[in-house]
Design a protein around this ligand. Sequence first.
Ligand SMILES: Nc1ncnc2c1ncn2[C@@H]1O[C@H](COP(=O)(O)OP(=O)(O)O)[C@@H](O)[C@H]1O
Ligand SMILES: [Mg+2]
Length: 451
Amino acid sequence: MFRGKAWPLRARMTLLTCSAMAATCLAAGILVLGGIRNEVVSYERHRTEKVAHSVLHQLERGRLRQPLDSPHGILVQVVDARGRVVASVPELAGRPPMAAFQPAEDTSMQARTLCPPRGVDRCMDVLALRAYDQPGGDWMIYAADDAVPWYTSGVLVAFLIAISLALLLLTAIGTARTVDRTLAPVEAIRAELAEITASDTGRRVPVPKTRDEIRLLAETVNATLARLDASLTQMRRFTSDASHDLRTPIAAARAQVEEALLYPEETDWPVMAIEVLHSLDRLQAIVTDLLELAALDAGAKQPIETVDLAALVTNELDRRPRRVPVTTSLASGVTVLGEPLRLSRLLTNLLDNAERHAVSEVRVTVRTEDRTAVLEVLDDGSGIPPEHRELVFQRFTRLDTARNRDSGGTGLGLPIARQTAQAHGGTLDVEDSPKGARLVLRLPLHTPSGD
Ligand SMILES: Nc1ncnc2c1ncn2[C@@H]1O[C@H](COP(=O)(O)OP(=O)(O)O)[C@@H](O)[C@H]1O
Ligand SMILES: [Mg+2]
């Protein structure tokens, strides 16, 4: 099945390398053929010249043999000043002169390639050698050898083609094999990914041993799978926690209504209604927090303004009375850029928690540290043990001892607060304190004058 998918890439790579190889073979073949042809041509020319000169020699010594003899099948004619054939090799007996051209007056030799019908019966390289001062003027010695064709020789061409084909075949096989070997791990990754379904996110794709891009791909895929796996696990836990927390107030309200209906006469209906309303309040609180979390998760933005932290605290404390006295130490002019509604909800949450746990007092401090605005809420309650300082920021976490005490909390307050802080480019942490819990919010300082 997947072989079919790997084929196009393999075919493309093979075609590419084979084309390159074919072009190389062609260029090399042309160079080799050209080189060899030059050698053959100059060798044959040299041979023809030697034969022509030996005939000239005979002529000058007045001992022209008739018929002429010549080695290597070279055809020779001697033509007198009036254009008559005086002597020739036996093959040309009785034939007219094979050529009529003459070297220029001051040169003794000239070569031309002649083809039928110009005095020869096949294409030949004809050499004309001038014999000076013979009876009646200059005579010509024509010596001809078979012309070397452009391809030099059929055997040579066949040999070059055979070598090229062999090289092409080797290239094709080599490329196909290399591509196959390279793609094998990719195919393994794909096959594994295809089998990993949402229900099986614990699996990972195979990581090849070689240190290359495919290994990086496999590692990246595995990192992505791990992240997906983690967020899936978190989402499952979140859903189950949320359902569990929603079920409790629903069950309570239901039990109250059922009991009231069972004993309508003995029921104090207004009291029952108030109790049901409590359950509804709790439901509403949870749903509101869940919606807020969803909005933060989605990165939903609210209008951004310059917020003065001291003013934020003062407003919040003026809004409603606190169970325990709140002392403040507020530096003025500590401003941040942010969503006022969310920041005030964050503060409310820290204050609610502190108030719930405080024994006698809560302290709120606003100050700057370097380029950071710091808001600190400290109480003198039981505090949060160091091993739980990260845990309390997880959704639906309520520390056991606190769970009995706190009826109102949803366990979503601190997670929402931290996510809000992070959305503002800041942090929210539990820090050391001699007594009680110390929650510290740090946000980037914003000076409206701008610098
Ligand atoms: N000031 C505090 N002192 C001691 N424990 C705290 C304090 N603030 C928070 N916690 C612990 O952290 C848990 C999580 O807080 P939070 O997310 O606001 O949920 P909730 O307030 O709904 O319980 C609380 O249940 C409580 O156990
Ligand atoms: Mg809370």
